[in-house]
Write a protein that binds this ligand. Sequence first.
Ligand SMILES: Cc1cc2nc3c(=O)[nH]c(=O)nc-3n(C[C@H](O)[C@H](O)[C@H](O)COP(=O)(O)OP(=O)(O)OC[C@H]3O[C@@H](n4cnc5c(N)ncnc54)[C@H](O)[C@@H]3O)c2cc1C
Length: 441
Amino acid sequence: MTLCGIDPEPVIVVGAGLAGLTAAHTLARSGVPTVVLEAGPRPGGRIHTRSAGFDAGQYGELGAETIHGEYAAVTALCADLGVELSETISFDVARTPVTAIEGLLATDTVVVGGRVLTTGRIESICREVTTALRRVPPAPQETLAQWPRRAALSDEARAVLTAAGRALAQRDSAQTDACVLTEDATRSSRRIVGGTQRLIDALAADLDIRLDTPVTVIRQRRGRITVLLDDGQTLSSSQAVVAVSPFVLGAIGFDPPLPPATLLAAASAPRSHGVKVVAQYREGAAVRTALARGVCSDGPISRAWVSSGDTSGPVVVSAFSCGTARAAVERGDAAFDALDALLETVVGSGLTRISGVVKNWSADERFLGMGGVPPIALRGSHFALLNAAERRVHFAGAHTDEAFCDTLEGAVRSGRRAALEVVRHPVRVSAEYCNRKLVRS
Ligand SMILES: Cc1cc2nc3c(=O)[nH]c(=O)nc-3n(C[C@H](O)[C@H](O)[C@H](O)COP(=O)(O)OP(=O)(O)OC[C@H]3O[C@@H](n4cnc5c(N)ncnc54)[C@H](O)[C@@H]3O)c2cc1C
């Protein structure tokens, strides 16, 4: 697409996570060039596949790894880019419909107080919760810490809901809507063959991405955007897409400042603080058998599951620790020790850890947390504020998508939406840009 024979000026995209890269890729397909500015040393953001240190060609996912059945935009993007998805992993439980928590409890091993609960105990707790839900339905504004107390659930049922709630929402129960108890379960999922990073690599292939380039200020004056970089350099354009996590938005200087309601909305989602732990164990067969689907616990590790698709050889286990529980795993080898202990409880014997890696998303200044979904009571206005363009600056990011907030699907949908906004905006080319281009050609 050219304007009077002059190529359009590259649109500035801030953040090379899945949302920013999808926006840039979508714009490239429409003939609009972009320059993607990324603060970190690699593209992908909260997608990070690491193979270094793992035996037998296996790898660990420090960020996202599951693509749920309803992720239509991610599935279409993978097909478009030739990125291979695994076979569908379905979970079938006897009763339908089933809620997310019931689904988790029907398939995961549950460890409470350091002990594995028997299937009989879990079924009895599910009955207790179902009866209470009918008798005392949770209010929309009630949390998963409040409702079980009001409904007078047993201590054991409360501990199980705390563990299951943390496994599902990646937050403490006082920050989680009680409605997770009534939400429908996701019934199938897939992974990207070779690691989630393959999607990032495919998106990034033809884009101009500048790594280690943090944006510090975004200025708008008379239809021009000037972006100030950490090293003092500037870049300008007529449009920009900002695709950073809502918690780091507050660290970028906007001139003029963002509206107070937008900043408040960005900061108001309860933050999922957390640490991801990935470890490879020699006893692959024993771990695969014991962790048929996953294990959730009320201890320092919130949930663990088999991450490698291989059916023989060593096994890679992914796990995360979230909310206040993560404090117990933030130092030294504590995360590995906690994961070893949980897996040994479930497997029933000692395990040999070959390697492992820990990523503390809350301690990384480019993310300041794993993510955050606003409480139901705030949703309507929240997304409208986060989606709204500030004149020529458009906002993307998984947190801006109401239907799939804080997921891979939300990131792709938001990137596409922002790209569409850019394309629909009237093009303005500065006299200085025209001069520069004409002199060069
Ligand atoms: C541990 C973990 C597991 C997850 N698992 C799943 C899962 O299984 N399935 C699922 O659907 N979702 C999952 N998610 C959520 C999913 O990863 C995210 O929703 C999605 O990747 C977010 O993409 P994004 O592009 O919106 O943001 P990000 O990935 O956060 O990208 C933003 C980018 O902006 C950069 N940036 C920040 N500040 C600046 C600046 N000043 N200048 C320039 N660049 C900047 C960052 O470095 C980053 O690369 C998981 C998240 C985590 C943390």
